[in-house]
Write a protein that binds this ligand. Structure first.
Ligand code: OOG
Ligand code: MG
Length: 253
């Protein structure tokens, strides 16, 4: 298959909710190819009228890398179609085998040109929020290589963002909890996200610059999960509580 055909295959899997075989089981693709496929797949979404709203970082914690058996940070693109309203609900049938993970999200206040140094980042951020990411691999059994998951836009599917708070530089040691129906399913610390979520934002500026993607005013950047992701079930309220940043939640119907 060529890159366009792979992009189409993965996009079809997402829209039909029918998973496909890992690409790496069929043919060899490089990481560079995988990012090109991701871009082609996002173009299909933009052609359908979706809007780019920001980026997400993935595998920025040990817990996530270990769970999925991969060894490097990745990044993907977020569109407006992925937003699930805080305290809203979403049908499980929209997904294949969705999982939820606890995250922290940054809101960008001014267009970013190039890579930004860690100490300068607060000039570009006007909000920080607790968030939930819903991920859903388009591959059978939620199994993939690093290249597969990058081509699949890093399993991006849904984003729930809590209330925006004034940015603080001091968010490197916040307790993070993912709960289903108020029962804690996973617990971690914002320290688990590269030692400080701001470092994940820094990496996003580096990678966006490297791949020629623009981070713009109004975009949101998800810093990556601090714990392993947990499969969600119909009839549950999924919530994430980040110390000092409040709670985000949604119902799975
Ligand atoms: C890939 C997405 C990883 C994170 O926060 O680390 C990710 C996956 O695990 O399917 O979103
Ligand atoms: Mg994530």
């Amino acid at each position: 298959m060529n890159k366009k055909e792979i992009a189409q295959l993965v996009d079809n899997a997402a829209t039909s909710c029918i998973p496909v075989k890992q690409i790496s089981e069929i043919q060899v693709i490089s990481l560079v190819d995988a990012y090109e496929i991701q871009k082609l797949m996002i173009d299909l979404r933009l052609d359908r009228g979706e809007k780019l709203i920001g980026l997400k970082m993935g595998f920025t914690s040990e817990a996530k890398m270990k769970q999925m058996g991969v060894h490097d940070m990745i990044w993907g693109r977020l569109t407006d179609e992925m937003i699930v309203e805080n305290q809203g609900s979403v049908g499980k049938s929209k997904y294949i085998h969705p999982r939820a993970e606890p995250e922290i999200c940054f809101r960008i206040s001014k267009d970013i040109e190039g890579e930004i140094a860690l100490q300068d980042l607060d000039q570009y951020v006007d909000g920080i929020a607790c968030a939930i990411e819903i991920i859903d691999s388009r591959f059978e059994n939620f199994k993939f290589s690093l290249e597969d998951v990058v081509a699949d836009n890093c399993s991006s599917t849904g984003v729930v963002v809590g209330d925006w708070k004034k940015p603080s530089r001091d968010i490197a040691n916040l307790k993070m909890k993912l709960s289903f129906n108020n029962e804690v399913k996973a617990e971690g610390s914002s320290f688990d996200i590269l030692g400080d979520p701001w470092k994940s934002l820094q990496a996003a500026t580096r990678l966006a610059n490297q791949y020629g993607e623009k981070i713009k005013a109004g975009h949101i950047i998800m810093a990556g999960a601090s714990t392993a992701a947990i499969f969600i079930e119909q009839g549950t309220t999924v919530s994430v509580d980040v110390e000092g940043l409040g709670i985000a939640r949604f119902d799975v119907i």
